[in-house]
Design a protein around this ligand. Structure first.
Ligand SMILES: [Zn+2]
Length: 262
């Protein structure tokens, strides 16, 4: 099976081993977006800078295997330290010119005004820098989180086509809300999130939505499969969904992630 040009628009490669990255290169990946996330709340805003330095260095590690790394910086909602939020945002502002994508940003607690504010501020920065933003939705209370995100996208003025709203559950109604906004709908193939069977269901039930969907692995620290995009491609092709497989794993993410579309 020929696989080239695969893109994973949501990874945290700093948690992956050299061997994992070798597998990606061998499987025909063209590019991966490596997003910011620390599995702890940084004790000081400077710790966030250290993480961004690490992400910047990832490009060389990926390049040595023939993979294109798209570097992203951003403040994940789980990493917000309330008393440092403004200073943390200043770190993002300082680093954004060196990045190609804003992320991972998003909403973990739909009731938190601070999270909504932090998201809105970062989306405004992405708008000013004309960057794509990758937005996390919480595992629980997806619908409420999506509502807060849609408001933040509208209030920030970022172009919806520069936004990927990620980790959506495979519900046509949820997908349609994102597509109506004009944004990209991200489906994460990961234990507890979504599966290839879910994608087959979407292909059959809302075929028109597919032109606005991207798939990703969210591979990083938590249970995940770094090769999820490649395996999704293969599984869909085996089922006869050849065009759809290409669209979801290569064509759409190339269009969604600005530096890859030019
Ligand atoms: Zn993630």
């Amino acid at each position: 099976m020929i696989k080239t040009g695969l893109i994973d628009p949501h990874m945290h490669t700093v948690f992956l081993s050299w061997r994992d990255l070798t597998y990606l290169a061998e499987a025909g990946y063209e590019a991966v977006v490596t997003l910011a996330y620390t599995p702890y709340v940084p004790s000081h805003p400077a710790s966030l800078e250290d993480h961004f330095t690490h992400l910047e260095a990832e490009v060389a590690r990926l390049k040595s295997l023939g993979l294109r790394g798209v570097v992203s910086v951003g403040l994940h909602p789980r990493c917000v330290k309330p008393e440092h939020a403004s200073a943390q945002l200043e770190v993002v502002r300082k680093w954004l010119p060196k990045a190609q994508v804003l992320g991972e940003v998003g909403i973990e607690n739909p009731d938190s005004n601070l999270e909504a504010e932090v998201l809105r501020a970062q989306l405004t920065m992405a708008k000013e820098a004309d960057l794509t933003a990758v937005i996390h939705t919480s595992r629980n209370r997806k619908r409420e989180a999506l509502k807060v995100i849609i408001n933040a996208v509208k209030e920030s003025g970022i172009k919806p086509e520069n936004v990927i709203i990620d980790h959506l559950t495979p519900e046509p109604a949820l997908l349609n809300e994102v597509i109506e906004l004009g944004a990209w709908a991200g489906i994460t193939i990961q234990p507890g999130k979504a599966s290839v069977q879910d994608l087959e269901y979407l292909i059959e039930s809302v075929p028109d939505a597919l032109s606005h969907v991207v798939v990703n692995s969210d591979a990083g620290r938590d249970p995940s499969n770094p090769l999820a995009v490649a395996e999704t491609y293969e599984a869909l092709v085996r089922k006869g969904y050849v065009t759809e497989a290409y669209r979801l794993t290569s064509m759409n993410p190339k269009e969604a992630i600005k530096p890859l579309s030019t």
